[in-house]
Design a protein around this ligand. Structure first.
Ligand SMILES: Cc1cc2nc3c(=O)[nH]c(=O)nc-3n(C[C@H](O)[C@H](O)[C@H](O)COP(=O)(O)OP(=O)(O)OC[C@H]3O[C@@H](n4cnc5c(N)ncnc54)[C@H](O)[C@@H]3O)c2cc1C
Length: 523
């Protein structure tokens, strides 16, 4: 046996899991096809991702990982590892061919703060920097790292142990381990090597993406088109560009994510019909065709220059038919992907890492007997690799249902705004529950394991007519601790500690307990 755990893929997911496995005393091999530093997409973090990093770092004694949980600590610890400020989620709704201007009632924008200040802010990760840093941390923790490895196959010993074979820099490569985790992303190594079928999400629209990095992207808050809509004395809850900025239009949306080094990540995710109209496969010309439809976005990109080629993803969503089996598992990011909307990739990946870490810690990862969950509603905590696989796919399916609802809402922006409250309510509740009442966070990502919440989300859709706002408000009420669904706020939601303290009973704790946590964060 060469190692205990083979981790294939040294993106942030593979490297963080490698660091944890080392802390658990396992011998770890981390195998990467490419070479760091290298470009990777998936850059916008979120509050839930931040607290997962913080808690994984605390639990597994990884103090050097912890500063990546928030902007202030990150800047102090690693000023050379490039990231950007993400104070919230900003959305502007554009109409084809018409310049954008802010509606007086703010009905064509939504601002939801994710943090009260820059210190605690989420971040945009320049993945070339962050992933190289984390790989080095994994190596420093004792993982054996091999890059430029081309794996061809996985076979199993008589004792059920995986043997990975391929070539490294032209030389035959072979590694035997007690278990293997695939961290290679969608349609990755184990999916191919094990012949795992792809099973598209039920009812999910076909979507494609086109993206690059740019310099010279203007800030919306310096463009007159985006000014206004505050009452006298009103200021937006955070600078609108220091956020995951979304330009929403019928059939899709664009992300604009600024890094601290003057580079901006931007790309679009669009439904197939629009992708065909734009001829998205052509890359940069299609980008300009899209900008031509959105005059105010075109103005924002007037001086922008791409710093790399455009990448086209002909099919954005992916779902494997299985995510785990005896002695093997796909990270959530290898098992499924829905869409960049709402930055669900990082927290799902980190939740998977948390669950796999606990299986490695208990030894259940190496159990040969696959325990059946024995129920059509399996628990969302992972007691076994089998349960891990079921949970991973259930959360992906739930996320896909939500994102499909958002796409349906884009043409009627107010419906999208109302429907988005499912995400904001569940995410803000999960974040605080992790701090004060972890048992309330056990419902899984976006409350996939909360039957009442999940079925309300399933049964309501922005394509339904009538009273969506009231129905969503009622559906999320039990987890709304962020003052969401409040028409008086006219689509501007600040991070207000008073709302969270008032929501303490929904977390099953006293208001003083929440106030204490906020005070410990300096609020
Ligand atoms: C267009 C787009 C935008 C996204 N935006 C966001 C976002 O804003 N926020 C968010 O939370 N999520 C986003 N995501 C999802 C996000 O990219 C993933 O959740 C995240 O990258 C997962 O990290 P990872 O380390 O598990 O895998 P990856 O980042 O996919 O890394 C996989 C690694 O494995 C290596 N590899 C691949 N194949 C092999 C092989 N056969 N052998 C060895 N190594 C291999 C690769 O070189 C790479 O280093 C986005 C995804 C897409 C497609």
């Amino acid at each position: 046996m060469d190692v205990d755990l083979a981790i294939v893929g040294a993106g942030f997911g593979g490297s963080i899991l490698a660091m944890i496995a080392r802390r658990l005393g396992l011998r770890v091999a981390l195998l990467e096809r490419g070479r760091h530093p290298r470009f990777a997409i998936g850059e916008s973090s979120s509050p839930l991702a931040g607290i997962l990093i913080e808690q994984l770092a605390d639990r597994y004694g990884l103090p050097r990982l912890k500063p990546l949980a928030a902007f202030g600590a990150w800047q102090r610890a690693y000023p050379d590892v490039v990231c950007g400020l993400k104070r919230g989620f900003t959305y502007f709704k554009h109409e084809d061919g018409r310049p954008f201007s802010v509606a007086a009632d703010r009905s064509n924008q939504l601002l939801v703060a994710a943090s009260p200040n820059d210190e605690l802010s989420d971040t945009h990760w320049l993945r070339a920097d962050v992933d190289a840093f984390l790989m080095q941390e994994a190596v420093a923790a004792g993982a054996e790292y091999a890059d430029e490895v081309e794996l061809d196959a996985v076979e199993w010993t008589a004792g059920g142990c995986p043997v990975l074979t391929g070539r490294r820099q032209g030389v035959p490569f072979r590694l035997e381990a007690r278990g293997v985790v695939d961290a290679t992303g969608p349609r990755g190594f184990l999916s191919r090597a094990l012949g795992i079928e792809s099973r598209p999400f039920n009812g999910y629209p076909g979507t494609q993406a086109l993206f690059s990095h740019f310099t010279g992207v203007a800030r919306c808050d310096e463009m007159p088109e985006y000014a206004g809509a505050g009452l006298p004395g009103d200021a937006p809850p955070y600078p609108v560009d220091d956020a995951a900025l979304h330009h929403v239009f019928d059939g899709g949306w664009m992300w604009v994510l600024r890094f601290g080094n003057g580079v901006t990540s931007a790309g679009v995710a669009v439904m197939d019909a629009l992708a065909q109209e734009l001829r998205l496969a052509e890359g940069e010309p299609a980008w300009h065709r899209l900008l031509d439809r959105l005059p105010t976005v075109r103005a924002q990109f007037a001086d922008a220059r791409p710093t790399r080629q455009f990448d086209w993803t002909p099919r954005l969503s992916y779902r494997a038919a299985a995510a785990a089996g005896p002695r093997w598992a796909l990270l959530p990011s290898a098992a499924a992907f829905v869409d960049p909307l709402f930055s669900t990739g990082f927290p799902l990946t980190l939740l998977g890492i948390e669950r796999l870490a606990s299986l490695l810690e208990s030894g259940a990862f190496f159990d040969d007997v696959v325990r059946s969950c024995g129920s059509s509603d399996p628990p969302l905590g992972a007691q076994s690799l089998d349960a891990y696989g079921v949970t991973t796919l259930a959360e992906a399916d739930h996320t896909a249902r939500f994102v499909a609802g958002c796409y349906a809402g884009f043409p009627r922006f107010d419906d999208f705004v109302q429907y988005s409250m499912f995400y904001f309510a569940a995410a803000s509740y999960a974040e605080m529950a992790r701090r004060v009442a972890p048992e309330h966070a056990a419902a899984g990502f976006l409350r996939a394991g909360d039957p009442v919440f999940a079925s309300a989300m399933r049964s309501l859709s922005p394509s339904d007519s009538g009273a969506l706002a009231d129905r969503v408000r009622e559906a999320v009420d039990s987890v709304n601790i962020a003052g969401l669904c409040d028409s008086r706020k006219r689509n501007w939601y600040a991070a207000d500690g008073a709302d969270t303290i008032a929501g303490a009973p929904k977390l099953g704790v006293a208001p003083a307990r929440v106030a204490g946590v906020l005070a410990s964060l300096g609020l």
